[in-house]
Ligand binder design. Structure first.
Ligand code: TXA
Ligand code: MG
Length: 312
Protein backbone atom coordinates (compact mmCIF):
# COMPACT_ATOMS: atom_id res chain seq x y z
CA UNK A 1 0.00 0.00 0.00
CA UNK A 2 1.20 3.53 -0.74
CA UNK A 3 1.00 6.29 1.82
CA UNK A 4 -2.07 8.55 1.54
CA UNK A 5 -1.65 11.89 -0.21
CA UNK A 6 -0.23 14.31 0.40
CA UNK A 7 3.12 13.07 1.59
CA UNK A 8 4.96 15.74 3.54
CA UNK A 9 8.74 15.40 3.26
CA UNK A 10 11.27 17.65 4.98
CA UNK A 11 13.43 19.69 2.60
CA UNK A 12 16.47 17.68 1.53
CA UNK A 13 17.89 15.59 -1.30
CA UNK A 14 15.24 12.89 -1.06
CA UNK A 15 12.35 15.36 -1.13
CA UNK A 16 13.80 17.25 -4.09
CA UNK A 17 14.48 14.05 -6.06
CA UNK A 18 10.94 12.79 -5.50
CA UNK A 19 9.43 16.18 -6.32
CA UNK A 20 11.49 16.47 -9.51
CA UNK A 21 10.36 13.00 -10.62
CA UNK A 22 6.70 13.91 -10.03
CA UNK A 23 7.11 17.14 -12.01
CA UNK A 24 8.93 15.35 -14.86
CA UNK A 25 5.95 12.98 -15.02
CA UNK A 26 3.58 15.95 -15.45
CA UNK A 27 2.44 16.27 -11.83
CA UNK A 28 2.43 19.22 -9.44
CA UNK A 29 4.16 19.56 -6.08
CA UNK A 30 3.88 22.10 -3.27
CA UNK A 31 7.13 23.82 -2.36
CA UNK A 32 8.00 26.79 -0.19
CA UNK A 33 9.28 30.01 -1.71
CA UNK A 34 10.47 33.04 0.26
CA UNK A 35 6.96 34.53 -0.04
CA UNK A 36 4.35 31.75 0.27
CA UNK A 37 4.16 28.04 -0.55
CA UNK A 38 3.62 27.53 -4.29
CA UNK A 39 2.06 24.69 -6.27
CA UNK A 40 4.67 24.02 -8.96
CA UNK A 41 4.41 22.26 -12.32
CA UNK A 42 6.39 22.20 -15.58
CA UNK A 43 5.47 25.47 -17.35
CA UNK A 44 6.23 23.92 -20.74
CA UNK A 45 3.64 21.13 -20.27
CA UNK A 46 0.02 22.28 -20.78
CA UNK A 47 -1.45 19.17 -19.14
CA UNK A 48 0.70 19.66 -16.07
CA UNK A 49 -0.40 23.30 -15.80
CA UNK A 50 -4.04 22.24 -16.16
CA UNK A 51 -3.37 19.97 -13.20
CA UNK A 52 -2.55 23.04 -11.07
CA UNK A 53 -5.96 24.56 -11.86
CA UNK A 54 -7.70 21.26 -11.21
CA UNK A 55 -6.00 20.90 -7.79
CA UNK A 56 -6.78 24.50 -6.77
CA UNK A 57 -10.35 24.30 -8.04
CA UNK A 58 -9.94 27.75 -9.56
CA UNK A 59 -13.21 28.89 -11.13
CA UNK A 60 -11.31 31.02 -13.65
CA UNK A 61 -7.95 31.00 -15.43
CA UNK A 62 -5.64 33.65 -14.11
CA UNK A 63 -2.22 33.80 -15.74
CA UNK A 64 0.47 32.19 -13.55
CA UNK A 65 3.96 33.26 -12.54
CA UNK A 66 6.85 31.40 -14.16
CA UNK A 67 9.78 30.70 -11.81
CA UNK A 68 13.28 30.29 -13.25
CA UNK A 69 16.75 29.74 -11.77
CA UNK A 70 18.43 32.94 -12.96
CA UNK A 71 18.19 35.91 -15.29
CA UNK A 72 19.68 33.98 -18.18
CA UNK A 73 16.87 31.46 -18.00
CA UNK A 74 14.39 34.36 -17.76
CA UNK A 75 15.84 36.03 -20.87
CA UNK A 76 15.22 32.84 -22.86
CA UNK A 77 11.50 33.25 -22.09
CA UNK A 78 10.86 37.02 -21.92
CA UNK A 79 12.22 40.15 -23.58
CA UNK A 80 14.08 42.47 -21.20
CA UNK A 81 14.46 46.20 -21.70
CA UNK A 82 16.73 48.48 -19.64
CA UNK A 83 14.28 48.84 -16.75
CA UNK A 84 13.73 45.09 -16.60
CA UNK A 85 17.49 44.45 -16.45
CA UNK A 86 17.94 47.05 -13.73
CA UNK A 87 15.15 45.53 -11.63
CA UNK A 88 16.38 41.97 -12.14
CA UNK A 89 19.90 42.99 -11.13
CA UNK A 90 18.65 44.80 -8.05
CA UNK A 91 16.04 42.35 -6.73
CA UNK A 92 16.64 38.83 -8.11
CA UNK A 93 16.73 36.33 -6.62
CA UNK A 94 13.82 37.61 -4.54
CA UNK A 95 10.14 38.49 -4.22
CA UNK A 96 9.75 40.62 -7.36
CA UNK A 97 7.78 39.42 -10.40
CA UNK A 98 8.24 41.20 -13.73
CA UNK A 99 5.56 41.17 -16.43
CA UNK A 100 7.41 41.28 -19.74
CA UNK A 101 6.76 40.53 -23.43
CA UNK A 102 6.81 36.78 -24.01
CA UNK A 103 9.36 35.63 -26.61
CA UNK A 104 7.37 34.19 -29.50
CA UNK A 105 9.54 31.07 -29.50
CA UNK A 106 9.43 30.55 -25.71
CA UNK A 107 8.28 27.00 -24.88
CA UNK A 108 5.69 28.17 -22.33
CA UNK A 109 2.24 26.53 -22.39
CA UNK A 110 -0.57 28.88 -23.48
CA UNK A 111 -2.45 28.08 -20.27
CA UNK A 112 0.36 29.65 -18.18
CA UNK A 113 -0.13 33.09 -19.73
CA UNK A 114 -3.87 32.55 -20.33
CA UNK A 115 -3.09 33.27 -23.97
CA UNK A 116 -1.50 36.69 -23.29
CA UNK A 117 1.55 37.96 -25.17
CA UNK A 118 3.19 38.88 -21.86
CA UNK A 119 4.55 36.61 -19.15
CA UNK A 120 5.00 37.09 -15.40
CA UNK A 121 8.40 35.81 -14.35
CA UNK A 122 10.58 35.75 -11.25
CA UNK A 123 13.78 34.24 -9.86
CA UNK A 124 12.96 32.98 -6.36
CA UNK A 125 15.46 32.99 -3.55
CA UNK A 126 14.24 30.07 -1.46
CA UNK A 127 16.57 27.04 -1.37
CA UNK A 128 13.76 24.52 -1.97
CA UNK A 129 12.37 26.24 -5.06
CA UNK A 130 15.91 26.82 -6.35
CA UNK A 131 16.81 23.15 -5.80
CA UNK A 132 13.63 22.08 -7.60
CA UNK A 133 14.44 24.36 -10.55
CA UNK A 134 17.93 22.86 -10.74
CA UNK A 135 16.71 19.27 -10.44
CA UNK A 136 13.94 19.61 -13.07
CA UNK A 137 15.81 21.90 -15.47
CA UNK A 138 12.40 23.36 -16.35
CA UNK A 139 10.69 26.72 -15.84
CA UNK A 140 8.08 26.11 -13.14
CA UNK A 141 4.64 27.71 -13.09
CA UNK A 142 3.49 28.17 -9.50
CA UNK A 143 0.53 29.97 -7.98
CA UNK A 144 0.07 30.00 -4.24
CA UNK A 145 -0.60 26.45 -2.97
CA UNK A 146 -4.11 26.96 -1.61
CA UNK A 147 -7.57 26.08 -2.81
CA UNK A 148 -9.19 28.88 -4.75
CA UNK A 149 -10.66 31.57 -2.53
CA UNK A 150 -8.75 30.66 0.62
CA UNK A 151 -5.74 32.47 2.03
CA UNK A 152 -2.15 31.95 0.91
CA UNK A 153 -0.21 29.25 2.78
CA UNK A 154 2.96 30.05 4.68
CA UNK A 155 3.44 26.58 6.24
CA UNK A 156 3.25 23.00 4.93
CA UNK A 157 0.32 22.37 7.29
CA UNK A 158 -1.67 25.19 5.63
CA UNK A 159 -1.13 23.54 2.26
CA UNK A 160 -2.19 20.14 3.57
CA UNK A 161 -5.31 21.62 5.16
CA UNK A 162 -6.28 23.45 1.98
CA UNK A 163 -5.34 21.04 -0.84
CA UNK A 164 -5.25 17.75 1.07
CA UNK A 165 -5.19 14.67 -1.10
CA UNK A 166 -5.55 16.66 -4.30
CA UNK A 167 -1.73 16.86 -4.47
CA UNK A 168 0.85 14.08 -4.03
CA UNK A 169 3.67 15.84 -2.20
CA UNK A 170 4.51 18.86 -0.05
CA UNK A 171 8.13 19.85 0.57
CA UNK A 172 8.25 21.13 4.15
CA UNK A 173 10.90 23.73 4.95
CA UNK A 174 9.15 25.48 7.79
CA UNK A 175 7.37 28.82 7.74
CA UNK A 176 8.13 31.08 4.80
CA UNK A 177 10.08 34.20 5.69
CA UNK A 178 7.99 36.61 3.58
CA UNK A 179 4.39 35.61 4.08
CA UNK A 180 2.92 37.81 1.37
CA UNK A 181 3.08 37.26 -2.36
CA UNK A 182 5.71 38.87 -4.56
CA UNK A 183 5.46 42.44 -5.83
CA UNK A 184 4.36 42.45 -9.49
CA UNK A 185 5.57 45.15 -11.88
CA UNK A 186 4.65 45.40 -15.56
CA UNK A 187 7.66 46.80 -17.37
CA UNK A 188 7.26 48.83 -20.58
CA UNK A 189 6.91 52.42 -21.77
CA UNK A 190 5.25 53.27 -18.42
CA UNK A 191 6.15 50.71 -15.75
CA UNK A 192 3.19 49.95 -13.48
CA UNK A 193 2.76 48.35 -10.10
CA UNK A 194 0.24 45.52 -10.60
CA UNK A 195 0.44 44.07 -7.08
CA UNK A 196 2.12 45.60 -4.04
CA UNK A 197 4.36 43.23 -2.12
CA UNK A 198 7.62 42.80 -0.24
CA UNK A 199 9.64 44.97 -2.66
CA UNK A 200 8.32 48.49 -2.16
CA UNK A 201 7.24 50.84 -4.95
CA UNK A 202 9.82 53.36 -3.67
CA UNK A 203 12.66 50.83 -4.00
CA UNK A 204 11.56 50.07 -7.56
CA UNK A 205 11.29 53.75 -8.46
CA UNK A 206 14.82 54.32 -7.16
CA UNK A 207 16.17 51.63 -9.52
CA UNK A 208 14.37 52.80 -12.66
CA UNK A 209 14.66 56.51 -11.88
CA UNK A 210 10.98 57.38 -12.40
CA UNK A 211 7.50 57.02 -10.94
CA UNK A 212 5.47 53.87 -11.19
CA UNK A 213 1.86 53.96 -12.33
CA UNK A 214 -0.32 52.90 -9.38
CA UNK A 215 -1.98 49.49 -9.21
CA UNK A 216 -5.42 51.01 -9.66
CA UNK A 217 -4.40 52.68 -12.90
CA UNK A 218 -3.01 49.50 -14.39
CA UNK A 219 -4.78 48.29 -17.48
CA UNK A 220 -3.44 44.79 -16.97
CA UNK A 221 -4.28 44.59 -13.26
CA UNK A 222 -4.09 40.95 -12.24
CA UNK A 223 -7.21 38.97 -12.96
CA UNK A 224 -8.86 41.78 -14.91
CA UNK A 225 -10.91 41.01 -17.94
CA UNK A 226 -8.88 43.36 -20.12
CA UNK A 227 -5.71 41.39 -19.45
CA UNK A 228 -7.09 38.24 -21.02
CA UNK A 229 -6.67 37.06 -24.55
CA UNK A 230 -9.88 37.57 -26.51
CA UNK A 231 -10.36 36.23 -30.01
CA UNK A 232 -10.80 38.86 -32.72
CA UNK A 233 -13.69 36.94 -34.29
CA UNK A 234 -17.28 36.53 -33.06
CA UNK A 235 -17.61 33.49 -30.81
CA UNK A 236 -20.78 31.42 -30.23
CA UNK A 237 -21.22 29.05 -27.27
CA UNK A 238 -22.99 25.70 -26.82
CA UNK A 239 -22.72 24.81 -30.50
CA UNK A 240 -23.69 21.34 -31.66
CA UNK A 241 -22.63 21.93 -35.27
CA UNK A 242 -20.87 24.57 -37.36
CA UNK A 243 -23.00 27.16 -39.12
CA UNK A 244 -21.88 28.83 -42.36
CA UNK A 245 -18.44 30.39 -42.00
CA UNK A 246 -17.79 29.06 -38.50
CA UNK A 247 -14.75 27.22 -37.19
CA UNK A 248 -16.11 24.68 -34.71
CA UNK A 249 -14.15 23.74 -31.60
CA UNK A 250 -15.65 20.48 -30.38
CA UNK A 251 -15.75 18.67 -27.06
CA UNK A 252 -16.59 15.04 -26.43
CA UNK A 253 -19.18 13.74 -28.88
CA UNK A 254 -19.36 17.10 -30.70
CA UNK A 255 -16.61 16.98 -33.31
CA UNK A 256 -15.45 19.91 -35.41
CA UNK A 257 -12.46 21.52 -37.02
CA UNK A 258 -10.63 21.10 -33.73
CA UNK A 259 -11.53 19.67 -30.33
CA UNK A 260 -10.84 20.60 -26.72
CA UNK A 261 -10.93 16.90 -25.86
CA UNK A 262 -12.39 14.18 -28.08
CA UNK A 263 -12.75 11.91 -25.05
CA UNK A 264 -14.52 14.60 -23.03
CA UNK A 265 -11.69 15.00 -20.50
CA UNK A 266 -11.90 18.39 -18.73
CA UNK A 267 -8.24 18.57 -17.73
CA UNK A 268 -7.19 17.94 -21.33
CA UNK A 269 -9.72 20.57 -22.45
CA UNK A 270 -8.22 23.15 -20.10
CA UNK A 271 -4.75 22.37 -21.39
CA UNK A 272 -5.86 22.86 -24.99
CA UNK A 273 -8.22 25.84 -24.58
CA UNK A 274 -6.00 28.83 -25.38
CA UNK A 275 -4.14 27.11 -28.20
CA UNK A 276 -7.49 26.11 -29.71
CA UNK A 277 -8.72 29.74 -29.52
CA UNK A 278 -5.54 30.95 -31.21
CA UNK A 279 -5.92 28.36 -33.97
CA UNK A 280 -9.56 29.38 -34.48
CA UNK A 281 -8.58 33.07 -34.71
CA UNK A 282 -5.89 32.24 -37.27
CA UNK A 283 -8.18 30.03 -39.41
CA UNK A 284 -9.73 31.11 -42.72
CA UNK A 285 -13.23 31.12 -41.17
CA UNK A 286 -14.96 34.40 -40.15
CA UNK A 287 -16.45 33.17 -36.88
CA UNK A 288 -15.88 30.68 -34.06
CA UNK A 289 -18.31 28.24 -32.42
CA UNK A 290 -17.53 26.15 -29.35
CA UNK A 291 -19.31 23.05 -28.10
CA UNK A 292 -20.81 22.96 -24.59
CA UNK A 293 -18.39 22.08 -21.79
CA UNK A 294 -19.80 20.54 -18.56
CA UNK A 295 -20.06 23.02 -15.66
CA UNK A 296 -18.10 20.72 -13.39
CA UNK A 297 -14.65 20.90 -11.72
CA UNK A 298 -12.15 22.67 -13.99
CA UNK A 299 -15.04 22.98 -16.49
CA UNK A 300 -16.12 26.02 -14.42
CA UNK A 301 -12.85 27.77 -15.31
CA UNK A 302 -13.13 26.78 -18.96
CA UNK A 303 -16.68 28.16 -19.14
CA UNK A 304 -15.72 31.34 -17.30
CA UNK A 305 -13.08 31.97 -19.94
CA UNK A 306 -15.37 31.05 -22.84
CA UNK A 307 -18.14 33.35 -21.58
CA UNK A 308 -15.69 36.25 -21.49
CA UNK A 309 -14.51 35.40 -25.00
CA UNK A 310 -18.04 35.03 -26.40
CA UNK A 311 -19.91 37.68 -28.32
CA UNK A 312 -22.64 39.04 -25.99
O1 TXA B 1 4.94 35.19 -4.31
C1 TXA B 1 4.38 34.81 -5.31
O2 TXA B 1 4.32 35.50 -6.33
C2 TXA B 1 3.72 33.41 -5.27
C3 TXA B 1 4.86 32.40 -5.13
C4 TXA B 1 4.36 30.99 -5.17
O3 TXA B 1 5.83 32.61 -6.14
N1 TXA B 1 2.93 33.17 -6.42
C5 TXA B 1 1.74 33.81 -6.65
O4 TXA B 1 1.08 33.39 -7.81
O5 TXA B 1 1.28 34.64 -5.93
P1 TXA B 1 -0.46 33.69 -8.10
O6 TXA B 1 -0.81 32.81 -9.30
O7 TXA B 1 -1.27 33.51 -6.89
O8 TXA B 1 -0.49 35.16 -8.59
C6 TXA B 1 -0.07 35.51 -9.89
C7 TXA B 1 -0.54 36.89 -10.21
C8 TXA B 1 -2.02 36.92 -10.57
O9 TXA B 1 -2.64 37.99 -9.91
C9 TXA B 1 -2.00 37.14 -12.06
O10 TXA B 1 -3.13 37.82 -12.54
C10 TXA B 1 -0.72 37.91 -12.27
O11 TXA B 1 0.17 37.34 -11.36
N2 TXA B 1 -0.17 37.73 -13.61
C11 TXA B 1 0.41 36.63 -14.12
N3 TXA B 1 0.77 36.79 -15.39
C12 TXA B 1 0.40 38.05 -15.73
C13 TXA B 1 0.50 38.83 -16.91
N4 TXA B 1 1.03 38.35 -18.04
N5 TXA B 1 0.02 40.10 -16.88
C14 TXA B 1 -0.52 40.60 -15.75
N6 TXA B 1 -0.64 39.92 -14.60
C15 TXA B 1 -0.19 38.66 -14.59
MG1 MG C 1 -2.81 33.36 -5.03
Amino acid sequence: MTAPNPRILPYGEAAIAEAAALIAAGGCVATPTETVYGLAADATNADAVAGIYAAKGRPAFNPLIVHVADRRAAEAIAMFDRDARALADAFWPGPLTLVLPLRPDAPIAGLVTAGLTTVAIRVPQHRAMQALLAATGKPLAAPSANASGSISPTRAAHVAASLGDRIPLIIDDGATSGGIESTIVAVGAQPRLLRPGPVSAEAIEREIGRWLGAAGEAIEAPGQLASHYAPRKPLRLNATEARDGEWLIGFGAVGGDDTLSAKGDLTEAAARLFDALHRADASDRAAIAVAAVPEDGIGLAINDRLKRAATP
